[in-house]
Design a binder for this molecule. Structure first.
Ligand SMILES: [Zn+2]
Length: 190
């Protein structure tokens, strides 16, 4: 949203970053080598990918695609999402030369709370985020990077929501660190 690029979702951004890393110092892989390297990598994401990103993962040929929160849970929380599941989409990719294993629902109890407050104005954002205000460019009440003001904090509700937010925030960072932990050793072997 911030960059005005509708294809810039978390997974496509991760794939772009990965390509950049593989083809730059110190790896300096050529294009075909970088594409082959994806077959040894796993992509971890906090929620099931949209069909665009799931398709990108199949073109990349990742070994594994691991996610926490399901697409059904996202839509039940008010997130706009295309309703074609990754497993349904993957059924139509058998002519591609690679296989990608889907590993669903991993740490979903940790990741589900991450998505509960995004469209629930009574929920508190995790540390480092705040509710967008009417005068923000985003023009909505979603969570955006930044610190909440004292006024915002005073308007916040229930401690259990706060607890859930903090727990969810730790979950996303552990998942992200897992992705880099997995990606880095594989890349070192190339
Ligand atoms: Zn997507």
């Amino acid at each position: 949203m911030r960059f005005g690029n509708p294809t810039l979702h978390g997974e496509t951004a991760a794939i772009n970053n990965c390509s950049e890393i593989l083809t730059s110092e110190p790896y300096n892989l050529k294009g075909p080598e970088a594409l082959k390297a994806f077959q040894d990598l796993s992509l971890y994401t906090t929620a099931e990918a949209c069909p665009m990103c799931a398709t990108a993962m199949r073109w990349a040929g990742f070994k594994d695609y691991v996610y926490g929160t399901s697409g059904k849970t996202l839509t039940s929380q008010g997130w706009p999402q295309l309703t074609l599941s990754s497993s349904e989409l993957f059924e139509h990719t058998s002519s591609l030369p690679t296989e990608t294993r889907i590993v669903p629902d991993i740490l979903a109890a940790e990741t589900d709370p991450l998505f509960r407050w995004q469209y629930d104005n009574s929920g508190r954002c995790p540390p480092g985020c705040r509710r967008a205000r009417a005068d923000d460019a985003e023009g909505s009440r979603t969570c955006i990077p930044g610190e909440e003001s004292e006024e915002d904090l005073a308007a916040e509700v229930a401690g259990d929501v706060v607890k859930g937010a903090a727990k969810g925030a730790s979950g996303i960072w552990s998942l992200l660190s897992v992705f880099f932990k997995v990606a880095a050793p594989v890349a070192d072997e190339l």
